[in-house]
Design a protein around this ligand. Structure first.
Ligand SMILES: C[S@@+](CC[C@H](N)C(=O)[O-])C[C@H]1O[C@@H](n2cnc3c(N)ncnc32)[C@H](O)[C@@H]1O
Length: 246
């Protein structure tokens, strides 16, 4: 898997590797401090891939800071290099597992939006636990989102869509389901305009999308989940095998 096709990539100060995360017991890691203007609104994209959504949308929201999180090193490098070449100072791309980052590192109520587009569907039952959306991750997304914050979901995968609907229904005390609003950066006829959407659109696949809006439910359950979990060593993440190629 070489999205750069042999080209040398340079992540500069725009790409951050998980080995630079502080130790878990040093307290929460606040990614807003990675930016020159940390008080600006803050959004997260999980599974940034080649960074298409980020580079398109960040120029339209110059007063928002975006953190892309990408697990696969090749895509992380590709996306961060792309951001560096465009000098988009309101984007950083972090190389790590976003679910572990949410569970163990991110502070409460920091993000206005969490974007999750064309997440790997992991179709085999024994791999469902690898899907990003789980009851536990939804509780953490709820904790990490600001009041009224949004989790935006788009997929082409019918089974994963059903999974999203079931999880949204089961966690209705945390989130209200609302229609998905297409971002300004999408082209005419697109839902969100990511690399995967463009690839799948050429294959004629249909897309499903929803927005889960944070309800003002106290995050009591999640505090317990945090303190009962074993923090991993950030250098030893190895849970996810390679995803499908972009
Ligand atoms: C199918 S691709 C979609 C990429 C992009 N969102 C798009 O629509 O073009 C899914 C991406 O999510 C990344 N990914 C999967 N699970 C992840 C996780 N837990 N944390 C961070 N990245 C993850 C994969 O490495 C892959 O690049």
């Amino acid at each position: 898997m070489d999205p750069a096709r042999g080209k040398t990539l340079d992540v500069g100060n725009f790409g951050i590797d998980q080995s630079h995360l502080p130790a878990h017991d040093a307290g929460p890691f606040d990614p807003r401090l990675l930016f020159a203007a940390p008080a600006h609104s803050f959004e997260i994209e999980i599974g940034t891939g080649k960074g298409t959504f980020l580079v398109q949308q960040a120029v339209r929201q110059p007063n928002t800071n975006f953190l892309g999180i990408e697990w696969t090193a090749e895509f992380w490098r590709y996306a961060a290099d792309r951001v560096r070449r465009r000098d988009l100072t309101n984007i950083r791309v972090l190389h790590t597992d976003a679910t572990e980052l949410c569970r163990f590192w991110l502070p409460d109520e920091i993000a206005a939006v969490i974007h999750l587009y064309f997440s790997d569907p992991w179709p085999k039952s024994r791999h469902h636990k690898r899907r990003v959306v789980q009851d536990e991750t939804l509780r953490h997304f709820h904790r990490v989102l600001k009041p009224g914050g949004e989790l935006r979901l788009v997929t082409d995968h019918v089974e994963l869509w059903k999974w999203y609907q079931e999880h949204a229904a089961r966690n209705a005390e945390l989130f209200e389901i609302k229609p998905f609003a297409t971002p300004e950066s999408a082209n005419a006829g697109e839902v969100v305009g990511t690399n995967f959407e463009r690839k799948f659109a050429r294959e004629g696949r249909p897309f499903m999308a929803m927005t889960l809006v944070k309800r003002p439910t106290p995050s009591v359950a999640i505090s317990a989940a945090r303190s009962s979990s074993q923090p991993p060593n950030p250098r030893s993440f190895s849970r996810l095998p390679d995803p499908s190629p972009l």
